[in-house]
Ligand binder design. Structure first.
Ligand SMILES: [Zn+2]
Length: 164
């Protein structure tokens, strides 16, 4: 991921990245879809919007279990999380027509992980020229679509994928 400096994430990291026990993924697992922007729940994983997205429709997929690394997942969890990543990818492709994706994980703070304790896979759709799309000007970030709209569109697109 190209973004190493992101001032809008400071409050978020202050709340979730430090010694505090709360975890955004565990909060989302226990909470309701709307307030955590959850787009899908499978047996062992959860997909939710990144509320400080690197691009429109930036989704994160995490195991339900609070584990820091993918080598700690069971075979069933691996299958389930992979299926959910591909489902979300297809849904975004169908709804937003990106030209590509960045899909991956940051393991450890040095690698850029904001939440180290609970592993998650970033799914970031990419469009030609999208780096001009999200300028950082004096600590503010202009996003092309509001989160509630994105949340509704991706949920709808996932349901369409499932009914195919
Ligand atoms: Zn957690």
């Amino acid at each position: 991921m190209r973004v190493l400096w992101a001032p809008w994430r400071i409050e978020y990291l202050r709340k979730y990245g430090g010694g505090v026990k709360s975890c955004i993924f565990c909060d989302a697992v226990r909470g309701d879809d709307r307030s955590h922007y959850v787009v899908f729940r499978s047996r062992y994983s959860i997909a939710m919007l990144n509320i400080y997205p690197y691009n429109t429709a930036h989704v994160m997929v995490a195991p339900i279990r609070h584990v820091p690394r993918p080598d700690l997942l069971t075979e069933e969890e691996i299958m389930d999380i992979h299926r959910l990543v591909t489902l979300v990818m297809r849904a975004i492709e169908d709804e937003y027509s990106p030209q590509g994706f960045n899909i991956g994980m940051n393991i450890g703070r040095v690698a850029g992980a904001g939440i180290e304790a609970h592993m998650h896979i970033h799914i970031v759709p990419r469009w030609n020229g999208d780096t001009n799309f999200m300028p950082v000007i004096a600590g503010t970030k202009v996003m092309p679509e509001d989160l509630v709209t994105t949340w509704k569109r991706i949920r709808g697109a996932i349901q369409r994928q499932l009914s195919k």
